[in-house]
Design a protein around this ligand. Structure first.
Ligand SMILES: Nc1ncnc2c1ncn2[C@@H]1O[C@H](COP(=O)(O)OP(=O)(O)OP(=O)(O)O)[C@@H](O)[C@H]1O
Length: 221
């Protein structure tokens, strides 16, 4: 489903964060990614989500070599991946209601006709009831906003879900609820998962295997 081969990436070509990293996530597989703070886990997640262009190496998604990143990534590949970040407030456009935040990927891909049905399905799945969908990000808690971000990541039914420390800011009950949402989605669709985190116990429970990204060095996973 996802293959990174000899990927070098960072923010300054002279001192890359990732050097010559290989990572494979098979179809339907759940892979956990652990590593010390600052070693580049989020950078790797952003490369895998086609949001950060590596300086060298190859990324293949669903068997296709990725020809470009960010706005240069082909739509068909972009819609294959759903991503949830650690900080929902940084990820969410503060001008949108939660409803529009979740629906935006459908509208952006010409599928606005599906918005009502998908929202009716996803809102209860992630536990967003009452008037929460009509509120803006500043009118809900971090946990409620992260629930909306998970619904947004699932709205296009991705074949690969990337969760970058999705539960780091959440309490135990919201963590359990959102991990359950992802597990149910994978059970129903066979989607693959790349879960980045610090919590070995959670990743061991959640994933088929857990791999380490070493600080400042190459990784093979
Ligand atoms: N936008 C950016 N511009 C410049 N440097 C960055 C940027 N984002 C991250 N970095 C740097 O790249 C390195 C790796 O950061 P990254 O967030 O990928 O690590 P991480 O393993 O996910 O860390 P953590 O576990 O603390 O979230 C760090 O030294 C960080 O300071």
């Amino acid at each position: 489903m996802l293959e990174l081969r000899a990927v070098t990436a960072g923010y300054d070509r002279r001192t890359p964060v990732l050097r010559d990293v290989d990572l494979t996530v098979a179809d339907g597989e759940a892979v956990g990614l652990l590593g010390p703070s600052g070693c580049g886990k989020s950078t790797l997640a952003r490369v895998a989500a086609l949001l950060h262009r590596p300086d060298a190496g190859e990324v293949r998604l669903a068997g296709t070599p990725v020809p470009g990143f960010r706005h240069r990534a082909p739509r068909a590949l972009r819609t294959t991946v759903g991503v949830v970040f650690q900080q929902p407030r940084q990820a969410a456009d503060p001008r949108l209601t939660l409803r529009d935040l979740i629906a935006e990927p459908l509208r952006a891909t010409g599928r606005a006709a599906e918005v009502a049905d998908r929202l009716a399905e996803l809102a209860p799945t992630v536990g967003l009831g009452g008037d929460l969908l009509t509120r803006g990000p500043h009118e809900v808690s971090d946990g409620q906003l992260q629930r909306a971000c998970v619904a947004r990541a699932l709205v296009l039914r991705p074949r690969l879900l990337i969760c970058d420390e999705m539960t780091a800011m959440l309490d135990a009950s919201t963590t359990a609820a959102l991990v359950g949402v992802v597990e149910d989605y994978r059970a129903a669709t066979g989607a693959a998962l790349l879960a980045v985190g610090h919590d070995r116990v959670l990743l061991d429970r959640w994933c088929d295997r857990v791999t380490h990204l070493a600080s400042g060095s190459s990784a093979r996973a």
